[in-house]
Write a protein that binds this ligand. Structure first.
Ligand SMILES: [Zn+2]
Length: 154
């Protein structure tokens, strides 16, 4: 026997239950930051270049002034690049050698050029994404609201 006059459990009728979730002003969206980093742009504004060279990260964004010197990407981008390219190269090497039976020296030369180029293309993009991840997660001092004043050496 249904009783429509009783409120149903779990059906809260708060006026803002379907409203868009507002983000705090200081939230750093991870996906957006990593897309900007992949494009080798500042993870904060997306306008300024994050790199001053092939892999050298700017100390600060020239467009918005966001400090980027906190980054500690270290060997992470190179490790991930090797991991990705190696796992892509191994099946390509196997399939192409079995299917086409090329001269091994020719195949090695072609694959070295192709996957060396892919590595060089991927490395700065992965490093940009690494820096953006650290920035978005406020790692290594990226989360400090203001830089430490002079005299706090230690
Ligand atoms: Zn910026």
């Amino acid at each position: 026997m249904p009783r429509d006059d009783l409120p149903r459990a779990g059906r809260a009728t708060a006026p803002d239950s379907h409203a868009t979730v507002e983000r705090p002003a200081d939230e750093r969206p991870l996906g957006q930051a990593m897309r900007r980093g992949w494009r080798r742009r500042c993870p904060s504004c997306g306008a300024g270049p994050a790199f001053s060279g092939y892999l050298k990260v700017q100390p600060a964004c020239p467009a918005c002034g966001e400090d980027l010197h906190h980054q500690r990407a270290d060997d992470g981008p190179a490790y991930l690049t090797i991991l990705l390219v190696g796992h892509l190269m191994a099946p390509v090497l196997h399939v192409s050698f079995v299917a086409f039976e090329p001269d091994p020296l020719l195949l090695a030369t072609i694959l070295c050029l192709a996957f060396g180029g892919l590595s060089l293309w991927l490395l700065p993009r992965i490093k940009g994404a690494f820096v953006a991840l650290q920035w978005a997660k406020r790692m290594h001092g990226f989360g400090d609201a203001r830089p430490t004043e002079a005299g706090s050496g230690g």
